[in-house]
Design a binder for this molecule. Sequence first.
Ligand code: SF4
Ligand code: SF4
Length: 208
Amino acid sequence: MSQERESLVGLLKQDVLYQEAVHACINCGTCTAICPAARFYDYDPRRLISDIQNVNEQELVEILKSDIIWYCGQCLSCKTRCPRNNVPGFLITALRSLSQDKGYFAASNEGNKQLTVKRIVGENIIKYGYCVFIDEIGTENHPEQGPVWEWYRNNADSILKKLGANYKGEGPGTLRRISKEDLDELYNILKETKALDRFDNIERYCND
Ligand code: SF4
Ligand code: SF4
């Protein structure tokens, strides 16, 4: 393996999402103008695409350790507007993957939040087949919802029945119980795609 391929920059450039995301940027700023994250955070997709094209190893380490790569909401509005077919949202995904694989994400506040995301969303997917599962969301962690969420949780069976869901039921329908066979298949997909390795990395590197 060449030195280029072993370097972080080399690894980033091997990611198919990087290859799809980054072409010669004309610095027009359209992506930043359309980006909702740029409106609320110190985040600028135009600058990121521009910086990454000539990034050196140390500069890339700093980006991988920064909060910047965690502000994007992956809405892909940037994909629809760039005159050069750049996709800052895909670049962000490639940067996040590399940051998680190498442990740099744990150096930033936003990166550390991956531990909570993994323990809630990641483990819900493995256990129930859903990213968000009503039974696992404690109302104490969501005071912003006011009393409504607690009422909803306490009356989930009757509310969801009225809404036509099949909450924890067998057969088809929204919120149905996912069969063990399907959960096993899902687990194997996560295993084969190395998502489980990334979950382990998050546990290993994050500050609990
Ligand atoms: S819209 Fe495309 S070309 Fe324009 S600054 Fe963003 S990435 Fe570069
Ligand atoms: S995908 Fe990310 S970078 Fe692109 S517009 Fe949405 S928030 Fe901004």
